[in-house]
Design a protein around this ligand. Sequence first.
Ligand code: AFP
Length: 364
Amino acid sequence: MPFSSPRTTLTQYLIEQRRRYPHASGRFNNLILDVALACKAVARAVAQGRLADMHGLHVDSEGVRVNVQGETQQKLDVYANQTMIEMTENSGHLAGMASEEMPEPWQIIDRPRGKHLLVFDPLDGSSNIDVNMTVGSIFSVLRAPEDVIGSGRDVKAEDFFQPGSSQLAAGYALYGPSTMFVLSVGHGVAGFTLDPNLGEFMLTHPDIQIPPDTQEFAINASNSRFWEPPVKRYVDECLAGKTGPRGKDFNMRWIASMVAEAHRILMRGGVFMYPRDTKDPAKAGRLRLLYEANPIGFLMEQAGGRASTGHQGALQLQPQDLHQRIGLVFGSRNEVERIERYHAEPQPLQWHNPLFVERSLFID
Ligand code: AFP
């Protein structure tokens, strides 16, 4: 076939990173490779789908399981969670783990403990599994607090409460038409495509950069009646197109798989919003800070984009709960900054008029 085959493997890339940045620790290289191995196993299970009985709800002796989020667990959620644990806990690099699918931190028992914490969403976009659409696994690597490293004690939830800016590495695997592994170890973002013949992730996207401007946005518009005024304003202005205040037409996308939206944005720009809204006042947002917003936000910023709650940089937030939710906006820097400006500006009087708030381009 007439294409030039990429020659750098994920392993070689990690070794090279260590050489190029003499101050960077290479300690987590093996951990990243373990995570990548888990992702290959999950990719195979996703690809086999019904053939391997991988679709549908997870049912065990206690019936259908509901996770700490109150969401029913699918077979692949459980499989991906288990696989990530099994492939990484023997490495000796981890002090503990936390996952969307586990209410409490996972302890490393009867094995050597290491200096890092692994946080992950084993299968993001679960509603897409049974319809064979793109899903992914998201992960973040933190340094364990010094007293954990020094004493080797069990980890507590509080040990994971570190702002996104202190992540050592973050990334995701995308189970799409091809399987990809996208990674930042703090020096830019690189993308690898799984070569199914070699079983290796090969470097195909060496330095991913997000264009600062875009004409594409992603938001679940069925929530529009719950949006806060700055978000309504932003979306209305995009929808108004060439004749509106933005003076250009926009396109809209929604895959219902944040990791897939993030990948599209890393590839060609765009802005993603799952903002805080009034749908469920008990929830500060939909997406989880530690294993969704922080790793994806880290990748965005490493690729020149931005991640924000709308009010402040997402990576600066001090986590207070393992499964904390936040409102999240990320993508092309100029658009995210515009949305932040809209949140910061005093709201025009008309936004306080209930009649106006009810009316937008989505609600006549
Ligand atoms: P899971 O981690 O439970 O699969 O949730 C996926 C997700 O949080 C995120 O990937 C999507 O942006 C969002 O849900 C889609 O939700 P809706 O389309 O239902 O609003």
